[in-house]
Design a protein around this ligand. Structure first.
Ligand code: NAD
Length: 468
């Protein structure tokens, strides 16, 4: 059985206790992860603090080079990382699965090299000169979830390093192995201490909570559930940490009456079922106008029933199992409740182990739990509407505000509806696409701050103005 290590100050660190990470497709152990303690976290933070002294003074050129070197490392080890990710996360190697995630992580790392935050001259006249500088914050604590663990690790670590910070990252106990390996690979091209990893089982030790409160960490970047995000915020208050929080979503899609149902079925399906629905900005509630309701339900069902579901290591699989039992139970509970009220178009009953087939349930209404709770799994509720004002009101009647989409053959009309949705990103005739040059973040309880692009990079810095 492979034993994985944390990386602290460039060195592999093992622990007295470990925990097994299970393959969701089989229940077999994939490897053993270290169960780190607060002493390990203190060591990692001390290493990151020491490295910050030098790293924060390195040139822009060296930091850009480091991002490109990390991208190259990911590329060289892509198949190894993809296989490890499939084994611990469950997502297939193919389709929008592990190979897609690893190549996305590589592209993101390379793009981060091209970003910069030049000095801004705010005033330069007879009264004087004022410059705005962006300075790295210090040690960044990164806390990541289990759905897109490698991609999200890159989203957190790369902008931190690019802007002169050093990092301690803690992955989810459901998917720690690919991140521990990723940090080892980063350490082959970075000075010791710039990126460190810690890991724990969240039962005997909760290093996420300890990172959020640590006095020598200046910023926390957290991706995960809204409930845990609130705890991070509360724990970070004492030390006034800078925060980026990417939290839960319950994205609505609104289908206008002028669509071609067959033409939008594929986009609707992947908007909702990418990564088995375990995606923050997946389409989680679908509002369809009554004029095209039956046709959209039929086209979506036809598309969905042809998708092969199976173990991620099988090259033929396009969707895999749900990642963990807690998430599986949540999906099952919401689907069971929805079956009482709605009409099952496809799926609806669990498969073996953690497998749950793509499930479509029509004729639901706004007050059904599958509609108003975030399911984070392979089940899509479909709601019929007559009046667009009702659809917009229901879409906005949520504490979440991550993404949303509008589907129409009239782009201008779709944009008018889009602008009225309370969310950070709105897509027209697609759902959930993110890009490294475009800021991404949620409004309301879906988060605080943005990632990606120059706006995302700026969040890893403090402003200093220089007069004179
Ligand atoms: P989670 O909140 O349970 O866990 C996220 C991370 O927080 C894990 O590393 C966990 O170990 C850690 N953690 C646990 N207790 C903590 C504490 N008290 N303080 C600090 N950290 C702690 O979330 P999850 O189940 O891994 O992920 C699923 C959720 O994440 C969904 O709600 C989804 O919508 C959200 N998500 C959001 C985005 C986004 O960008 N908005 C992206 C991915 C996932």
């Amino acid at each position: 059985m492979t034993l994985f290590y944390m990386t602290i100050n460039g060195q592999p660190v093992s622990t007295a206790g470990q925990f097994a990470v299970k393959n969701p497709a089989t229940g077999d152990a994939v490897g053993h992860a270290p169960n780190g303690s607060s002493e390990h976290l203190d060591r990692a933070v001390a290493a990151a603090r020491a490295a910050f002294v030098i790293w924060s003074q390195t040139s822009d050129k060296i930091r850009a080079r480091a991002c490109r070197d990390i991208a190259e490392q990911i590329g060289k080890h892509a198949e190894e990382l993809a296989r490890l990710l499939t084994l611990e996360q469950g997502k297939p190697l193919n389709g929008l699965g592990s190979r897609f995630e690893i190549s996305g992580a590589q592209a993101w790392a390379a793009h981060t090299a091209t970003l910069s935050l030049p000095v801004k001259v705010l005033q330069d006249d007879a009264q004087g000169r004022v410059e705005l500088h962006r300075k790295p914050i210090g040690v960044v604590g990164s806390i990541t979830p289990w759905n897109w663990p490698v991609m999200i690790a890159v989203w957190h670590v790369l902008p931190a390093v690019r802007s002169g910070n050093t990092v301690v990252i803690k992955p989810s106990p459901h998917t720690p192995l690919s991140t521990l390996r990723l940090v080892e690979l980063m350490n082959q091209v970075l000075p010791p201490g710039v990126v460190n990893s810690v890991c724990c089982d969240d039962r005997t030790s909760n290093l996420g909570a300890a990172i959020s409160a640590h006095p020598d960490i200046g910023k926390v970047v957290f991706t995960g559930s809204t409930n845990t995000g609130k705890k991070v915020m509360a724990n970070a208050a004492d030390t006034v940490k800078r925060l980026t929080l990417e939290l839960g979503g319950n994205d609505a899609g609104i289908v206008l009456p002028d669509v071609d149902p067959k033409a939008i079925a594929e986009g609707l399906f992947w908007g909702a079922f990418i990564n088995n629905g375990q995606t923050c900005a997946a389409l989680k509630r679908l509002y369809v106008h009554e004029q095209v309701y039956d046709q959209v339900c039929a086209a979506l069902t036809d598309y969905a029933k042809a998708i092969p579901v199976g173990p991620g290591t099988d090259e033929a699989s396009i969707l895999g199992p749900v990642n963990n039992a807690m998430q599986f139970d949540k999906v099952k509970r919401l689907v069971d409740a929805a079956k009482q009220k709605g009409r099952v178009l496809l799926g609806g009953a669990p498969g073996e182990g953690l497998f749950f087939p793509p499930t479509l349930i029509a004729d639901l209404s706004h007050d059904d739990p599958l509609v108003y709770e975030e399911q984070f799994g392979p089940a899509l509720p479909i709601i019929k509407y007559r009046d667009i004002e009702d659809a917009i009101r229901q879409a906005n009647d949520s504490p979440n505000g991550l993404g949303g989409s509008v589907w129409s053959s009239n782009i201008e009309q779709a944009k008018q509806v889009a602008r009225r949705l309370e969310c950070g990103s709105v897509w027209i005739n697609q759902h959930g696409a993110v890009q490294p040059n475009v800021p991404f973040g949620g409004v309301k309880s879906s988060g605080l701050g943005v990632e990606f692009g120059e706006e995302g990079l700026a969040q890893y810095t403090d402003i200093q103005v220089v007069f004179g």
